[in-house]
Design a binder for this molecule. Sequence first.
Ligand code: CUA
Length: 155
Amino acid sequence: MHLHKFEKIWLTFGIVALAVFLGVVGVSAFSQDHTPAGGMDTIDPKKVNETAPFDKPGVTQLDDDTYQVAIVAMAFGYNAPDLKVPAGKEIIFKVTSTDVVHSFTIDNTKVNMMVVPGRITTKSYTFDKPGKYLILCNEYCGTGHHMMFNEIEVY
Ligand code: CUA
């Protein structure tokens, strides 16, 4: 009889331990899923405008096949002048925010980056087709969220 009672206790303990374990695994899988794709570096959000490459936002050609595009997101827009890049070349987007969390999402592409103040989010992308692509913010960031968009021209 005593043994039986102990077995019940151990069984309960085992189930609880399993539940905790699954919970931990679930939570870490969840948070990993929400890590922005690509590299991540830190930046002082108050010094974005004086920190390279964001001191000169826009397109920079790195070599024959690679271009870098630096973009500053803020409420409610993107500081990204003259966004014109060639198709068929690697475009490295580097985006940061000076205020709250935004996104940098290019319509009809796989570019969908979460933009976090204090972080530089990097994503490499190659456009197949020339055209004009809509850039928009997918993260609710305040009253002007719906007005936060831009355009990139691929030639
Ligand atoms: Cu920025 Cu929504």
